[in-house]
Design a protein around this ligand. Sequence first.
Ligand SMILES: NC(=O)c1ccc[n+]([C@@H]2O[C@H](COP(=O)([O-])OP(=O)(O)OC[C@H]3O[C@@H](n4cnc5c(N)ncnc54)[C@H](OP(=O)(O)O)[C@@H]3O)[C@@H](O)[C@H]2O)c1
Length: 241
Amino acid sequence: MPTALITGGTSGIGRATAELLHARGYQVVVTGQNPDSIAKAKAELPGDVLVARADARRPADTDSLLRTVSERFGSLDLLFLNAGVFRPAPVADVTEEAFDEQVDINFKGQYFTLQKVLPLIADGGAVVMTVGIGVRRGSPGATLGAATRGALLAMLPSLALELAPRRIRVNAVSPGAVETPLFDKLGVPEAGRNAMRANIPFERFGSSQEVAEVVAFLASDAAGYVTGQDVVVAGGYGLGA
Ligand SMILES: NC(=O)c1ccc[n+]([C@@H]2O[C@H](COP(=O)([O-])OP(=O)(O)OC[C@H]3O[C@@H](n4cnc5c(N)ncnc54)[C@H](OP(=O)(O)O)[C@@H]3O)[C@@H](O)[C@H]2O)c1
């Protein structure tokens, strides 16, 4: 049975990916940090999905998780680095604390999770990272979100080359606007969502499941010759001038 570790798998895109991979026969481990979302995920995900608290800002959390994963599953076939936050603010309002927090979660946390998990990934396995269309298309207030996600995108080709000798494929998925609890956390009202829809050629948000399908493809043997790529899942957003 293949095994997947999904960071930020308690909600939204990560959770939909956990459900899809589980339905396709994977053993699945998901992480989150908020006790309420962890409890909800434990109650609602299939009983054999391992739901673990691992705060991306605390490397020691990953150490103890990996001991459990190693004992229970031996190795991993997929690492999906998906945990992240989006806290828009104009440059003038960003404090040093807010800067450090977003860098710690969205970039540093993903980087060191990757470093720690790498020895557990089986040769021929896959790494997928969640990036985002905001790395290529601007919107006011998104400087930190874009920079922290862009850091992951910038390391993609080098990481793919580093891991090619082990035939570990490294790819990214870049969602556009995808309907997840993220927008509720941001407090985006319906009028704001309608304004976003008006800029999307498909005139709707994507679903978590549509992103999960791409992650599942990138993890599968069907993508056996695909590495170092970023797949945009955005309903055509950003294609125009
Ligand atoms: N939805 C979109 O339109 C969109 C577009 C582009 C990129 N993205 C990116 O896609 C990823 C998933 O987003 P989503 O829309 O599915 O949002 P979501 O529903 O808010 O899910 C975010 C996940 O990340 C976890 N997380 C947050 N901070 C964490 C930390 N410090 N340590 C460990 N886990 C943490 C959350 O767990 P807790 O609940 O426990 O905090 C949750 O499981 C994010 O990285 C987001 O930036 C989303």
